[in-house]
Design a protein around this ligand. Structure first.
Ligand SMILES: [Zn+2]
Length: 218
């Protein structure tokens, strides 16, 4: 039902809206990205379908064009699924690059694990993407990590960091440089130093105890 097609009662107070623009939002009711219309409107006193007396304005809002659900404008601050997927992919590449750069020339197993991690984040041609990012001196990791961190809900940051730590653990215990890289990633994810140390320690202990860790496929 469009803004203009809202039912108007025979007698009483009704609403008239007009579309002020369109865009894409993540509709919580539909469960996906949907086109929205931005609506402005006003309450009217009407008789026999005829609006006669303008009343108060209705706060500007957006409406899903598929299910008709209306949302306050604040919903537009929420990322769409497409934006979240892009942020995850960019954040995974940035975190993997930080870890791969730590020891200069990463070993084959470390690199393979990083490719596995980045592939799981939805990056096509992950090996190529990682190679390009690692060899590009100007590639910076801060902005993608911070952008991704804004979409994470605790404890997802710690799970993500544990996966990054596992890249460094692929060829043995973390070096000091790899620990520094993991702490850097943790800081940009919004984790405290204590949280970072806890994740690094627990992930390392799991690896040392021989507990199953995701391994890159050969
Ligand atoms: Zn919807």
């Amino acid at each position: 039902m469009s803004c203009e097609e809202l039912p108007v009662r025979l007698l009483g107070v009704g609403f008239r809206f007009r579309a002020a623009g369109f865009g894409v939002l993540h509709c919580q009711r539909c469960g996906g990205d949907r086109v929205y219309r931005q609506c402005t409107g006003r309450r009217w006193l009407h008789i026999l379908f005829v609006p006669l007396v303008p009343l108060s304005q209705v706060p500007e809002h957006v409406q899903c064009t598929i299910c008709g659900t209306r949302y306050r404008l604040e919903v537009l601050r929420m990322p769409t699924m497409d934006e979240m997927e892009h942020a995850l992919a960019a954040g995974a590449v940035a975190a993997a690059v930080a870890m791969l750069r730590a020891d200069g020339q990463p070993g084959a197993l470390t690199l393979a694990h990083a490719v596995e991690f980045v592939t799981a984040a939805g990056v096509p041609n992950a090996a190529e993407a990682l190679h390009g990012a690692v060899s590009e001196e100007a590639f910076e990791v801060v902005a993608p990590l911070r952008s991704f961190a804004r979409q994470l809900v605790t404890p997802a940051e710690e799970w993500f960091l544990a996966d990054v730590v596992r890249i460094g653990l692929a060829d043995g215990p973390l070096s000091d440089a790899e620990i520094d890289a993991a702490c850097l990633v943790a800081a940009h994810l919004g984790l405290t130093a204590a949280q970072a140390r806890g994740v690094i320690r627990l992930t390392g202990e799991s690896a040392a105890a021989g507990l199953p860790l995701p391994r890159p496929s050969s």
